[in-house]
Design a protein around this ligand. Sequence first.
Ligand code: ADP
Ligand code: ASP
Ligand code: MG
Length: 599
Amino acid sequence: MSLLVQKFGGTSVADAEKILAAARRAIQAHQRGQQVLVVVSARGHTTDELVEMAKEITAYPPAREMDMLLSTGEQISVALMAMAIQALGVPAISFTGAQIGLVTDSFHTKARIRNISTDRMVQALGEGKIVIVAGFQGIDENYNITTLGRGGSDTTAVALAAVLGADACEIYTDVDGVYTTDPRVVPEARKIDRISYDEMLELASLGAGVMHSRSIEFAKKYDVPIHVRSSFSDAPGTWIVAEADAKRLGVTVTGAALAKDEARITILGAPDRPGIVHSLFHTIAANNIVVDMIVQNVATEGTTEVSFTVATGDLAETILAAEAAAKAIGAQAVTHKAEVAKVSVVGLGMRTHTGVATMMFEALALEGINIEMITTSEIKISVLVDRPIAAEALRAVHRAFGLEGWENSVEAPFTLEKSRVRTKRLTADAVNGSSATPSTPPPGMEELVISGVELDESQGRVTLFDVPDQPGYAGRVFRKIAEAGIFVDMIVQNISTSGKTHLSFTVPSGSAERAAEVAKGEGPGKVSLEPKIAKLSVLGVGMRTHTGVATRMFGALAAKGINIALINTSEVRINVATDSSRGREALQCLRETFALPEE
Ligand code: ADP
Ligand code: ASP
Ligand code: MG
């Protein structure tokens, strides 16, 4: 029998009327003949209120007790939902995370799922009951209650859909889908009818709060189609699906996002030697700090600048760790800026289109907005700007890509039937060769998956030194490059020191000389050309939320004495550029580090 998982967020269960409306939705699916599993969040602002309650007692509540407290919000919701469904005449049963054996690690307030035992849910579903499960919570090996981090009910829902082999996971929320950007910040934003896992992973981790990014990691790993839709209407929402189903013709940029809560740290005058970035990020990771954007560009006179961003709340701790690391590596100084924000655009179409970067930089320049840092990946471009003007920057970029004028109606609405066969689903067949009972997933469900390492030897690198740190410069350079028909891959710009900065980018080797010529025409400073570089990438799921992947990559290269000239990070890959002569060796060393077979 087919199974549907439905998740109702806080606003969707805020009062009795809404709980009854959600109950009716579950019943409708049940009456269509599906098995139904419902995941619920805490009602309305309950979780925020619980956080406040703890703060009234102490500024430093112990994480274990915080989880004990926060988990109560979801427990209220499941009981009320089960009562509502039963009151409407359908059998239902509620479970806490502990009762379904949702086992996590012991990192209170940010626990990761290790295992889920499906027996109790399967039995209740088999008895014809609608099963209601508390989102966001689990237990560790010692039966301590844990929570998955704010917004974590999405992750519970998608994880349950994965282990039970559900047809789809419906996420009911207060917007009717995933929009081109947060509609609360940009009211002109449009609903996206379908989006790929990778695009959604990037958007969610770049600030689109509509989905918990770890839920998309599950969806991608186990190929669970997600339908994000409104609790308050029947309109079709947004399908988050595999790439083959998500491609839209002629669309280069799918969405834009803003992460406001960023702080920047820069290590000035770091010696340009193998092992330096490793030693730096090793110290940061040892302090359990999640690093977001990492930018390092080409060295001058034997030293380089490395910048990275962290959540503002982690700034004080990061400065201490960075200062210790800087001292250890013999860097000159550490600087920081607390009030910054990251604006990003994401789209699969960027892989094959030139000029996306140009459009973004020009849009910002037109508003007089200065770009502090740039980092790119295959499907996203992120820039760091001053926080007070960040919303304005987001609006400018959103407008520049015509996202508000997007007509979804041009194409027929997506339906699940069109979806290709989902091979990666954790069905019983896949695990034990029988289709009679759903499966138990392998332990460590949320463990990092490194899917591959890649070597690209087809590119060269151009660096513009001492470019003025003013709005408009990057836009002008990349306009000229795009006009010359040259496809730009990685772009890296670090923060400026004394009003000047360096801008590096990679292009196909055959075009590198011409790109350098074009760039020369734009710059007051020196232009350097490396006609051939080796670009090495580590690809995977959950890269950014697992601190330490970059550290392992940098550490492995350092151990071989391979110097890193450029770094670019994203949610789905980490790219570095090294000397072309070391490419093969670096590839081999990364394969060994991440235990990947030879191809
Ligand atoms: P729930 O409580 O249902 O989990 P959330 O508040 O977590 O709901 O997520 C929904 C909110 O996410 C929306 O109200 C919206 O303001 C915000 N949001 C941010 N980015 C986007 C986006 N790109 N598309 C839709 N909503 C977004
Ligand atoms: N109730 C939790 C929170 O507010 C989990 C969730 O809503 O997903 O963060
Ligand atoms: Mg949410």
